[in-house]
Write a protein that binds this ligand. Sequence first.
Ligand code: PLP
Length: 287
Amino acid sequence: MTRIVYVNGRYVPYADAAVHVEDRGFQFADAIYEVCEVRGGSLIDEARHMARLERSLAELQIRRPMTAAALGHVMRQVIRRNRVRDGLVYLQVSRGAAPRDFAFPGPDVPPTLVCLAQSISAAQRDFKALSGIAVKSMPDIRWQRRDIKTVMLLPACLAKEAARKDGAREAWFVDAEGFVTEGASSNAWIIDEGGAVITRQLGLDILPGVTRATLLDVLAEEKMQLIERPFRLSEAYAAREAFITSATQTVMPVVRIDGRSVGDGKPGPVAGKLRRKFHHFAAISSA
Ligand code: PLP
């Protein structure tokens, strides 16, 4: 089966999918993106992802390429044409292609829109959660507007590569004061000795994760104690449990941080429960 990609109004074979060499996403990372989970042929938390995409566009004054409903149609087409049941759908919007100039191009330059879908086995994801993952801490060297989901992901690539070399799957960024901000592509959580669930409050320094938002609904419904505050790396080392959240991993237990075991070094019961509950609370719309 030929993989199909949406590029600027056309559904094209993967091998032919391309954007212009002077696309501002390519030259300036002047682009934003979204990643939405596809599960059992459904889109997970589509409305929240679309709301964040709209916000990212507005923050960067990038013109919206089409309505949220039309974007939903494109995502569904790409999912269907690639027969994705479990996996992800990726949307990217750049400020468009124009002769290289730092200042924004005029209103005649349309934004670039790309949409891809990818299958990821659900069993493989669940299997990973049984053993949990290791993370490596890294200085947070990113810019000061991490609340916008831009494609400016070089610090995340460098951190993830360093983590991989150390046998870890995710990197946790740490700010100048020693507090964990978030994962390179996830939000970071710990559970303290008293059982309180702790994650950094929203602000300019972390991405407002859609999975994070839905998990807050789960915690409220389950009447679990939540504390939104920065936590130190030393607190994470001593935590009873730790986990990350992202659209593609939902709730993934963390069993090692910088080579030290978290708790007994096995995925904790709270992370396991939250992972099981997650999709009961997420918004599910057919793809
Ligand atoms: N933080 C960062 C830096 C991310 O890149 C991501 C996802 O890619 C997240 C958090 C989690 O966000 P979401 O739950 O919306 O996938």
